[in-house]
Write a protein that binds this ligand. Structure first.
Ligand SMILES: [Zn+2]
Length: 356
């Protein structure tokens, strides 16, 4: 496992707290964290016992120029069978026939869409660009109201069916979580403070970009909502975040009010949520939305952001990200990958949210 490995949750801790307050789930965020840690430890022990490794294969002499593959980019869907054991029962591997379980089916399909986007549009071979296999665990625990990436695989709860429903069924959830893997293997943005909010931001960027690519929506047609597909019947119509209008995604007695700021002057400076990683991501999210709509093409904006992601240091600040995005735009304009004027557009998008 990478030293940058992090457990990245889809539902933020402050939302989780409200859900627990409603008495709708047995696991609060610390309990969820413990379950995920237990699962990961058990898995590491199991792998060690058979003499395997969770990390990339060691390179041999003379092969340094081309690092060896870590897999074959194949999908493996496991059913946790309502336990907290990952990789419990393999229900579908790459190319296997369809299962009739909707969560397994959708996890497989959604991961395939994410893999295609990175490969076909960005020339990236799976999450680590070394063909890492995509391991997807569904039906984790009972009525588990979350999904997470823990350094080398994805795990999805079913939701309680009231507040949240099956996480694996949502393309933006799967894309968001797998994108945490892409960030881990590129800039390795530290999951704390501004670099952590950027880490969250890049996952939302890929969540929105991949959803729009799949539906064929233009930036002006798209809803720019993250997490709208997992809202259960009680919260139908709400979402966890709005990239277009941070702070407006939800407002209800169950979850409270969306705390995301849309401008740097309103940023959260407290210690909760790893220093507001899911809160302050609203600021760069809106910059991305403004850039994509002004460019009239979400993919062009994504290409610039992806270029920047590979150049950022692990402790990047918002200001550094804004500068790097402008630099990346300039490089891509020069090579003809994005149209002239893109540099000015991304610069004014960041300025509009108070950064740079
Ligand atoms: Zn996340």
């Amino acid at each position: 496992m990478s030293e940058h490995a992090q457990t990245c949750w889809f539902v933020p801790p402050y939302v989780q707290k409200e859900v627990v307050g409603e008495g709708r789930t047995t696991a609060d965020d610390s309990e969820q964290l413990r379950l995920a840690d237990d699962a990961r430890t058990r898995r590491a022990q199991a792998i060690a016992a058979v003499g395997g490794t969770t990390g990339p294969a060691a390179g041999t002499e003379g092969e340094r120029a081309a690092p060896p593959s870590t897999g074959t980019s194949r999908r493996e869907v496991y059913d946790c069978e309502s336990t907290t054991v990952q990789r419990k029962r393999l229900v579908r591997a790459e190319g296997d026939r369809e299962t009739d379980d909707a969560d397994s089916l959708n996890a497989y399909d959604n991961a395939g869409i994410v893999r295609s986007f990175f490969a076909d549009r960005l020339g990236r071979e799976s999450i680590d660009n070394r063909a890492l296999d995509l391991v997807l665990n569904v039906h984790f625990d009972v009525e588990f109201n979350n999904a997470f990436w823990d350094g080398d695989e994805m795990t999805f709860g079913d939701g309680d069916g009231v507040i949240f429903s099956g996480f694996a069924r949502s393309l933006d959830v799967v894309a968001h979580e797998l994108a945490h893997g892409v960030t881990q293997f590129t800039s390795g943005l530290v999951y704390q403070g501004e670099s952590g909010a950027l880490n969250e931001h890049f996952s939302d960027v890929f969540g929105a970009a991949i959803t729009q690519w799949h539906t064929g929506e233009s930036p002006s047609e798209a809803d720019w909502l993250i997490g709208d597909e997992i809202m259960g019947p009680d919260l139908y119509g709400e979402a966890l975040r709005s990239m277009a209008h941070p702070g407006t995604a939800y407002d209800n007695p169950v979850l409270g009010t969306d705390p995301q700021p849309a401008h740097y002057t309103d940023r959260y400076t407290g210690s909760g949520d790893n220093g507001g990683v899911h809160i302050n991501s609203g600021i760069p999210n809106r910059a991305f939305y403004l850039a994509a709509t002004e460019l009239g093409d979400t993919f062009e904006a994504t290409r610039i952001w992806y270029h920047a992601l590979q150049a950022l240091p692990p402790d990047a600040t918002f200001a550094q990200a804004a500068e790097q995005v402008a630099t990346s735009a300039r490089i891509l304009v020069k090579s003809g990958a994005v149209p002239k004027g893109a540099t000015q557009i991304v610069r004014s998008a960041w300025r509009a949210v108070g950064v740079g």
